[in-house]
Design a protein around this ligand. Structure first.
Ligand SMILES: Nc1ncnc2c1ncn2[C@@H]1O[C@H](COP(=O)(O)OP(=O)(O)OP(=O)(O)O)[C@@H](O)[C@H]1O
Ligand code: SF4
Ligand SMILES: [Mg+2]
Length: 347
């Protein structure tokens, strides 16, 4: 095993999550292919951003990684535990191959994933139980994971300190509705790290917050990532915020990761026509802001129940090549080392 593979925290290969559509609640009527052939690795302590427009499958990918939605196909390895689709699990069972994962049932698997992966979602208020105060919200995961009562208070105060809900005495007995949006999101972040996870998934963590607190929350996440050497998957539709998590960006389009590159490489040399359309030159005295996210390309995002044939971007693509792009799904090309793109222009 190379040092590189030893250092991998999460490895995802050809992951697919399809939602089944049913007619009259009974008859099979197809699938919404919300995640369809996603492959990537995340190293310990690495931060990546997944950017994509609404409905591209970002939240479904997050939920699959969190074990909330079962994958239809492919596999993921998280901190040495493998999670396959149900079908593969049955095949293994039939052929009596031992499972690397020591999970006996779904509940056990979810509990294990909860300890390893923290989750920060879009709507902080919706994520917090209205009948629990701050102390109870932060104590709950500790109790579920059998942290002794006498250690809980110390841990709760430490995470409150970390997310700057201070002085903790002023907040610890408050309920979610007594906190501002920014404070609620700090509390959600505190809860997501209270079990000291190895990976944090933040799904549009600032999109519902006031513009004035967005940067503060992103900086807080970055600080936590650095001080705990956390793996972070930051999900957003806004490419202008990627510099807060500045290592890798994956561009998601219609359930696929169509481009993967280091942040500065992607911003300065976008290869996929979709990414190029996302990045538009503007006149700004600050060279760092010379190219920023402006708007999504013209046209409708495709239906994931009936995606276009061949390249899923072809109905909107200015560089479309007839009899190729509309017929064959592009494979991954690497025009320069470390920069991958699924587009026939680079064949
Ligand atoms: N439980 C479900 N059952 C059926 N289809 C679903 C379900 N959840 C999501 N979808 C569909 O899967 C697709 C991807 O949805 P998802 O929420 O993952 O996208 P997203 O990129 O997170 O979008 P947004 O930016 O709006 O949050 C959409 O077409 C959505 O309608
Ligand atoms: S494969 Fe063809 S249609 Fe798809 S993005 Fe590339 S050029 Fe455009
Ligand atoms: Mg979403």
């Amino acid at each position: 095993m190379t040092q590189e593979t030893q250092n991998v925290l999460l490895s995802v290969e050809d992951l697919r999550t399809w939602y089944e559509l049913r007619k009259w609640g009974f008859f099979h009527a197809g699938y919404v292919k919300a995640v369809d052939g996603v492959t990537f690795d995340l190293r310990h302590g690495q931060a990546i951003t997944i950017v994509g427009e609404s409905g591209s499958g970002k939240t479904t990918l997050a939920k699959t990684l969190l074990g909330l939605v079962p994958p239809t196909g492919g596999r993921m390895d998280l901190a040495g535990h493998r999670y396959d689709s149900e079908r593969v699990k049955w095949l293994r069972f039939l052929f009596k191959q031992s499972e690397r994962a020591a999970w006996r049932n779904k509940r056990e698997r979810r509990t294990w994933i909860r300890a390893k992966v923290g989750f920060v979602q879009q709507d902080p208020y919706g994520a917090l139980a209205p009948f629990m105060n701050v102390r109870k919200i932060l104590a709950e995961p500790l109790t579920i994971h059998r942290v002794p009562k006498h250690d809980q208070e110390e841990r709760i105060r430490a995470v409150m300190e970390e997310v700057r809900l201070t002085p903790s005495e002023d907040f610890i007995n408050k309920y979610a509705h007594m906190l501002s949006g920014g404070q609620q999101q700090r509390l959600v972040i505190a809860r997501s790290i209270v079990l000291e996870p190895e990976l944090l998934i933040a799904d549009e963590p600032v999109s519902m917050l006031d513009a004035s607190v967005r940067v503060e929350i992103l900086q807080l996440l970055r600080r936590i990532q650095e001080s705990h050497d956390l793996g972070v998957i930051y999900i957003t539709h806004d490419l202008s915020t990627v510099r807060y998590f500045s290592e890798y960006v994956f561009v998601m389009y219609a359930a696929k990761l169509v481009e993967k590159a280091e942040v500065s490489e992607l911003i300065h040399n976008p290869r996929h026509p979709y990414t190029q359309a996302l990045l538009t030159a503007i006149s700004d005295p600050d060279p760092d802001n010379a190219r920023v996210f402006k708007d999504v390309p013209k046209g409708e995002p495709p239906s994931l129940a009936h995606p276009p044939s061949g390249c899923r971007f072809h109905p909107r693509c200015k560089r479309f090549m007839a009899d190729l792009c509309d017929v064959q799904m592009p494979v991954s090309f690497e025009p320069v080392a470390g920069h991958q793109v699924e587009c026939w222009l680079y064949r």
